[in-house]
Design a protein around this ligand. Structure first.
Ligand code: 13P
Length: 231
């Protein structure tokens, strides 16, 4: 299977960055296994740049509502309308800073699936949970949110590895990814995220159970992001 490589820009972006980062990515002949998720206001200009390429566009979040009087929200249908084929749901930053919980996240997943967006559902334990030896149980509990829903992509991002320069070890990644597949089905793609850079991407992709990468900081430099894509 071709690995799925997703760049999550988080709260970083500008019209200038759409040109300087996305144009080289659009020009590089990359495939549809590469996805970039800029902030919402840049989806449309990003779509314009990427439409000459196979690289796909994703959103970082989606509303739990379809439409109506919900000031500030962006619906799944709107994301689809401006060219997204995928959305992240349940990133640990959404859970941690914005209090997103299981019932809310389930509604978001349902909204996205309803309009035909692929969902990348993010899970991952905090450091104290890993140190207590409960990482796998914690992640499997987070996945309960998806019970009886159509299949989605799962991203395992240990919170302690995000933006810290510290990646999980090969054994830690393999254990969690294999546990996720055992619980969700062997065909469910499972991505790894957390301090993935150009120089560790290939070795992480080689780990048993890793079907792709979710990349934060390193997706903000065109050359570095493209170097994470196997070719
Ligand atoms: P970093 O690659 O910056 O650690 O971020 C990972 C992440 O949270 C991607 O969603």
């Amino acid at each position: 299977m071709t690995p799925l490589i997703i760049g999550n820009w988080k709260l970083n972006g500008s019209i200038e960055m759409i040109k300087s980062i996305l144009q080289p990515i659009a020009d590089a002949g990359l495939g549809e296994n590469v996805v970039v998720c800029p902030p919402t206001p840049y989806l449309l200009p990003a779509h314009d740049v990427l439409k000459s390429s196979k690289v796909r566009l994703g959103a970082q979040d989606v509303s739990q509502y379809a439409q109506g009087a919900y000031t500030g929200e962006v619906s799944a249908a709107m994301l689809k309308d401006v060219g997204c084929s995928l959305t992240l749901v349940g990133h640990s930053e959404r859970r941690g800073y914005f209090g997103e919980n299981t019932p809310l996240l389930r509604k978001k997943v349902e909204q996205a699936l309803e309009v035909g967006l692929e969902v990348v559902f993010c899970v991952g334990e905090r450091l104290e949970v890993r140190e207590e030896g409960n990482a796998i149980a914690f992640v499997l509990e987070e996945l309960q949110c998806l019970r009886n829903l159509p299949p989605v992509i799962v991203a395992y991002e240990p919170v302690w590895a995000i933006g810290t320069g510290r990646t999980a070890t090969t054994v830690e990644i393999a254990e969690v990814h294999c546990a996720i597949k055992a619980a969700m089905g062997e065909n469910v793609p499972v991505l790894y995220g957390g301090s993935v850079k150009a120089d560790n991407a290939a070795s992480i992709l080689a780990i048993d159970g890793v079907d792709g990468l979710l990349i934060g900081g390193a997706s903000l430099k065109a050359e570095e992001f493209m170097a994470t894509v196997p070719r």
